[in-house]
Design a protein around this ligand. Sequence first.
Ligand code: FAD
Ligand code: FES
Length: 290
Amino acid sequence: MNLAIAARPEPICGSETMLPVPVRILDMHPENFNTRTVQVQIVDEGLRQRYRWVPGQFNMIYVPGIGEAAISISSDPDQHEAVGHTIRLVGSVTRAIERIGKGGMVGLRGPFGRGWPLDRLHSGDVILIGGGIGLAPLRPVVYWLLKHRDRFRRVMLLFGCRTPEDRLFVPELEKWDEDPRIDTLVTVDNATGEWVGPVGVVTKLLQRIRINADRTTAFVCGPRMLNRAAAWSLEQLNVRSERVFISLERNMNCGFGQCGHCQYGSKFVCKDGPVFALSEIADIFAKEEV
Ligand SMILES: Cc1cc2nc3c(=O)[nH]c(=O)nc-3n(C[C@H](O)[C@H](O)[C@H](O)COP(=O)(O)OP(=O)(O)OC[C@H]3O[C@@H](n4cnc5c(N)ncnc54)[C@H](O)[C@@H]3O)c2cc1C
Ligand code: FES
């Protein structure tokens, strides 16, 4: 992949008509007790060849008769045959996707939104901070960073979840843990079973690493509490707010700035985000309810 990563691929599926295109579920891999990674393939070969996305973008996945859910793309952006989504089974659409299962069909619109600013990383240190399902949109960033590893100094991944059983991508986390190119730290809120790793909120992991604020860029994605705690901790460490990027979650409907469902101050999360520099949203972010 070259620096075309800076671009924001426009939706090629269903942006104007709101009509989803049919996609087949090629694989459904259990990540843990309530989360599945679902690989889908666009049935129309022409569309499939043209479909491109960047890390941090999302698709709207549609189940006929039930509805749509916004789901981040969690696979490698260089893989074009299928598109991966890591889905927590929380409600009507996500549970229906699981019921449809491998071999079944769903609809897809996308890709939507503005992804992580990989073009603005320069040559400094990169910290990725993920909580729970928030690791999903950061996984493509890890793939990308490892492919372009010589451009950066330190690459760090901090991931937190409720218990060891809630971890996602466990084989990859173990692989990255042994990979000298990336410092991987995982913490859990509650140590169950044989867990001997760190316990506590993910922001506590920031105390275990040395941060050089002048050259650090941070990407954060997690529940609202985590995003706020990470923003505050990074500020305490003097990381500039223009270099802290947060992926926000809001209720989505159209996905491309037409319906107003995802309004966040003067911005639409679907179109202007979901990834924002903290400096862009600092006012509203500071005031919003936790
Ligand atoms: C930009 C963006 C990217 C997203 N990426 C992902 C992703 O990669 N993977 C993913 O699983 N989800 C992701 N989501 C969240 C997903 O869109 C919602 O969880 C969605 O509501 C699920 O649809 P549903 O019909 O299954 O649940 P709904 O029927 O909408 O919700 C059912 C119940 O679950 C609760 N609920 C909804 N979301 C959550 C949640 N996240 N955690 C706990 N309870 C919840 C609701 O409050 C409701 O009570 C993303 C959302 C946005 C805006
Ligand atoms: S979801 Fe319609 S404006 Fe964002």
